[in-house]
Write a protein that binds this ligand. Sequence first.
Ligand SMILES: [Zn+2]
Length: 405
Amino acid sequence: MDKEDQKLINYVDNNKEELCALVRKLVSIPSINIPGERVGKQLEVGNFLYKKFREMGLNNVHFQDVYPGARNILGETPASSKEIGIVFNGHTDTVHIKNMTIDPFAGSILNGKIYGRGTADMKAGLAAAIIAVKAFLDLNTNPSKRILLAAVVDEEGLGRGTNKLISEGVKAKYGIVGEPTCFGGRLKIAIAHKGRAELEVTVKGKASHGCEPALGLNAISKMSDVIKAIEGKLSPKLNTKSHPLLGVPTVNIGVIQGGTQANIVPDRCKIKIDRRTLPGETLASILSEIEDVLEQLRGKDPDLNVSVKVAKSTLKRKSEPMETSPDEKIVKVAKWAVECVSGVSAGIWGSPGYTDASPMVNKARIPTIVLGPGRVGHTPDEYVHIAEVVDCAKVYALIIKSICT
Ligand SMILES: [Zn+2]
């Protein structure tokens, strides 16, 4: 660390209160996003950030209309070069507040933690990035390359906010997504995560009266053969593939639907499969794997009428796996920054959850890391450790200086 780095660290230390107040303010504005339900509250948090970005002195502060009731807010630092060194992507929406055991919007502070919906996922990450950027503006040490702050909507829904950011042509040398990565209490740098696809397998049979089952073809019985084959043949095959950070791809049969009442032979049975994918696996490749299993079954049972398709939800949001090379400069710089701030070596990590880093890497082709305060979101008592938020703001500031100067 040089003198300038130390100034940034000191700035964050001297502005801890402002950072905490910002997290609490963001948490106090409800921005619940339940897929399928229209909740306009994402607008309010957007309006607050628009004002904040302008007050801070960011340039080119503007909205991107994503869908009714939801707009991204963007702003960038003034810089001599037009090039954007880092785009910080932070989502402003949260999951629902059902079954929460704390006041979701109070931002209460207890034992060094801020409590509330969206603290860890991920209003604290966004606040830390804002304070890190503000450090450069307030210290008048603007790096030559620009820093773009992108507060996006709908990450908890269909990912339309980041898709809009990308379709509007976002370009940057590197990206940071500030989702929580302090799992186990240590700030980690996620450079990979699995993708997710939902598949539906349907078996068609023939209905008949329950008293004469031989006249029908029981779709539920046939489906039991299909389930056995998927678990018996596909799962072992997936266990042979492995990624150093992500482990093996998985398949889970999570829903079964079939039949209408006990005295009717069911003519239809459907299962829904959650498939977590590794980098290199595609929708086409996972479909053809299941198709192979089904084809073997069809060969043994000519009566079996079975088909597989990709679920509509997956077609709407293609949640592809994400991977950034550990050799990218952003990864090396982040490692150095975490070590400077925390004093311990930074873990390079594969994150268990899906994030907007996926479209940033796969569609926008921006090498991106996931790094942020908090351990896990979506919980009934969601919270973030203040010390992690402060450390993260310092880490962001050091990364920005190193990449953008
Ligand atoms: Zn999130």
